[in-house]
Design a protein around this ligand. Sequence first.
Ligand SMILES: C[S@@+](CC[C@H](N)C(=O)[O-])C[C@H]1O[C@@H](n2cnc3c(N)ncnc32)[C@H](O)[C@@H]1O
Length: 295
Amino acid sequence: MNSPHYPVMNREVLALLAGTRKKLFVDCTVGLGGHARILLGACPAARLIAIDQDRESLARARENLREFGRRVQFHPGNYLSLFEDFACRRLGVSGILVDPGISTLQLKSAQRGFSHSLDGPLDMRKDTASGGPTAADVLNTFPEAELAGIFSRFGEVPGAGRLAKAVIEKRLFAPWSSTAQLRRLVEEITRWRPRPGQVHPAARVFQALRIFVNREFEGLDAWLQKAPANLLPGSRLVFLTYHSLEDRIVKRACQQLQRLGLAVPLKPFPAFPRPDEIAENLASRSAKLRALEVA
Ligand SMILES: C[S@@+](CC[C@H](N)C(=O)[O-])C[C@H]1O[C@@H](n2cnc3c(N)ncnc32)[C@H](O)[C@@H]1O
């Protein structure tokens, strides 16, 4: 997650994308338009396709990027269907940015249910238009072993099995519906006492549910493998990751494409936020940047 004022590693992203033919960029996860604004400002001849699966974010990006007028085309949807939705090669796409996760708009909206510190419904869907299951649906219907797997795989939650068992026990009495209910259960189980500098233990649990509800890593490897065939030689793909599993998928796909001679990794590989960026925007601390150029 990041803020519109601190698009993560924006200097590095700009340096990598400005090194292309600067014709047409795709911001696959435009959020509030932070990176897009920097890119369009720095490359006056460039146009941009702005994608987000969250229609509320896309509406905000539309406002925030109004000054660029028809240079920006907005597209609601999942970027994993980019190559089906747009003929990127024929259009001359020269650079693609993926900065997934959640935006501050999503995190700070209690109604969306992404934050353990705000009371709201346990929703957590980024794409609310397509009507998939919410985090509450998952907690209310999934068997114990599956819940434990989600907590452990996507959140590395200590005591994932114990938490899953407690979730099942609680739902026998009342269905899961609010973020506060879940936060209280985590606090009970971990005997949480706030201490300065300590991350709340519910953060990992919420992260795990968010990743699962939005199927965040599904289809990513296949999408990356398809990129070279759908882009012109010299085009660049810049990917920010915030989770070790996601980073592993991107890293392995890059290695595979390099082995096949379809793309070359751009250095430094991976890159991390500078200490001054982390000091200014703590949310950037888990970011890793990887970039590829199509051969
Ligand atoms: C960290 S924010 C992006 C922030 C943006 N780079 C900026 O500078 O304002 C992540 C955004 O990606 C969107 N997103 C995440 N996964 C997506 C996907 N598979 N397809 C489309 N949008 C996605 C989220 O809805 C969210 O708005």
